[in-house]
Design a protein around this ligand. Structure first.
Ligand code: PXP
Length: 248
């Protein structure tokens, strides 16, 4: 992969959200993932939550069997999720904080305070061949801790930047963007691979895609929503085009 290339990972959780609103089998997230793969995405992300509110265990099984692009398995640092990851051995695991009452992943993982525990938690996953990604805020302390425990990747939480953009608070947006820029450079200087995600849309993806250190964007809710209007393949193609344009 060329140094300057930027991968697009599609998060298919919300295909499962729509399916689960009625129960039953459709729309099928595995079918959506295969369609996205044909549309050129570089990876698929799925978050198996403790409460199974969207992705279910059988979806992970189906994705592991069907995909040719890498699966990024998002999970909380629990024994249950570790056992599932060890059973499937996905290409990557992305460790995220998880609260039952939240609507979506609200912040980055508290790595610094849980360093020893997390180091033990990820060790068998790494031994099983999974790349280890940690979802963190643009916070030097958390990035350093992720590096110390031996993570391969940090995924920067860009939600606050995206929200500020959507709300028209451009001063806050630019402050957030500035810390994300500094922290992506810093993480890269430590030898970490840098990813970014949460809340990205056509309107706000450009400045993040332009960070030269960022190698992957993981985007879900907006693209699955946009697929209602244009279809999944054109929705993915437009995101790809905007990412390439920003990357120059
Ligand atoms: N990356 C991580 C670690 C996430 O938790 C999420 C949300 O599940 C995403 C990316 C995708 O965010 P969104 O659905 O807002 O694009």
């Amino acid at each position: 992969m060329a140094e300057n290339s930027l991968r697009l990972g599609l998060n298919i959780d919300h295909v499962a959200t729509v399916r689960n609103a009625r129960g039953g089998a459709y729309p099928d997230p595995v079918r959506a993932a295969k369609m996205a793969e044909e549309a050129g995405v570089d990876g698929i992300t799925a978050h198996l939550r403790e409460d199974r509110r969207h992705i279910m265990d059988a979806d992970i099984e189906g994705l592991m069997q069907a995909l040719t692009v890498p699966l990024n398995f998002e999970m909380a640092a629990t024994d249950e999720m570790q056992a599932i990851a060890l059973r499937h051995k996905p290409h990557a695991v992305c460790i995220v904080p998880e609260k039952r009452e939240e609507r979506t992943t609200e912040g980055g993982l508290e790595v610094a305070r849980e360093e020893n525990k997390l180091a033990h938690f990820i060790a068998p996953l790494r031994d099983a061949g999974c790349r280890i990604s940690i979802f963190v805020a643009a916070d030097q302390k958390q990035i350093e801790a992720a590096h110390r425990i031996g993570a391969d990747i940090v995924e920067l939480h860009v939600g606050a930047y995206c929200d500020a953009h959507a709300e028209g608070d451009f001063q806050l947006r630019d402050t957030e963007l500035d810390s994300l820029r500094k922290m992506s450079t810093y993480a890269h200087s430590l030898g970490l691979e840098v990813h970014a995600g949460h809340g990205l849309t056509y309107d706000c993806v450009g400045p993040i895609a332009a960070f030269p250190e960022v190698q992957e964007l993981n985007i879900g809710h907006f693209l699955i929503g946009e697929a209602i209007f244009r279809g999944l393949t054109p929705a993915v193609h437009e995101m790809r085009r905007l990412m390439d344009e920003a990357r120059g």
